[in-house]
Design a protein around this ligand. Sequence first.
Ligand code: AMP
Ligand code: ZN
Length: 436
Amino acid sequence: MIWQYWNHPIETMPRDELEKLQLSRLKDAVRFALRTPFYKKRLEEAGIKSGDDIKTLSDLGRVPFTTKHDLREGFPYGFLSVPREDVVRLHASSGTTGAPTTIYFNAADIDTWADYVARCIYGTGCTKSDVFQNMITYGLFTGGLGFHAGGEKVGMMVIPSGAGNTTRQFRLMQDYGTTVLHATPSFLLHVESKMREEGVSRNSLKLKRAFAGAEPYSEDTRRRIEELLQIDVFNSYGLSEMNGPGVAFECQAKNGLHIWEDGYLVEIINPETLESAAAGETGELVITCLCREATPILRYRTRDLTSLCLDPCPCGRTHRRLRRITGRSDDMLIINGVNVFPSQIEEVIMAMKEVGNNYLIEIEKEGMLDRLTVKTEVTPESFRDDTRPLNALKEKIRRTLQASITISPRVELHESGSLPVSEGKAVRVTDRRAGD
Ligand code: AMP
Ligand code: ZN
């Protein structure tokens, strides 16, 4: 394997030097934070009046956590640390309820962010000879413009196709010889179903790899996309509060996502006690942004559940790796008193070869009890007129799910391509119990 590094000194920096760099950037982040109305109050209450009050990295523990709720409270300009005139762009979360969370960037921030995304892209083996089709939503969502700028920095030819419209996506791939894709994993699976439906031959495409992220997916889903589309799939993690994409990414070893610790200070905490989790233990990811001036965010509780890999990566990068994010602490479902994460369901069904590329989870009240229904598509080869094998498959899915989550779900099988697909992040769960 020939590893390629976008920024060799930084990516392979010895840990002690990396920590020195983190400390100096943390002091700067605190200085910027003290210029915002929100943190001025918060930090002064915690006895932190200047960047120099942070003497070691462990002083981070004195800084209070920041939550999504705080960001909403601070809407619109409570977290802005530079004059409004210096802001050149904003991104905002859709925010189905309440005020959107808004992140402001100055010109330096935009350039720094693009550089982190370029680091991720380049580390997977991409070069300027690649043609990059960015099949993700552009706009206030960070995925579109974030990858766009990173791709351009690497020197790839970027096709800003945006999400949706698979027929047009195929045309673009064929016309311009696309080699690299970026999309949500659910959209990549949808693309593959559509390819078969529309008779697009794999040989007419030059695809080599894809970046898949913005939503959780299992290792089996990755394998499925890789096998069906015959490409390498790299897991991409980011969130709008930490600029967007470019926070953590898989290298060619594909064994966890390097989180760029020169830009993002990482902690894993127990979401109940808020204490640090033991080394290697799963917990909630907390990130402090060290690479943005206009909107400093310290100790942000992401709600994402993951753990840190403890062994070194063969690629030689010294930045630690996050394990695949399994879900969010707030997407846990409680069904008849049992805790179930949607990712547990995905893991079971995506490992079955008869199961197609899309699935949905529904929960409703039936009398006093909760009723879980799992609707999955079935591959065209398995969807026959004869109902016996289908009934057997249904029963197999039900039994395997029950063994994994202890609840016996109702299982519905659907023809390939018949369940709804969302253009952005997949909406898998419908919970109709609310208000009961
Ligand atoms: P947004 O701020 O809209 O970009 O959403 C960020 C959230 O998307 C994260 O906090 C995660 O919950 C989720 N997310 C992004 N990338 C991944 C990934 N690779 N795996 C799992 N979840 C992800
Ligand atoms: Zn690596």
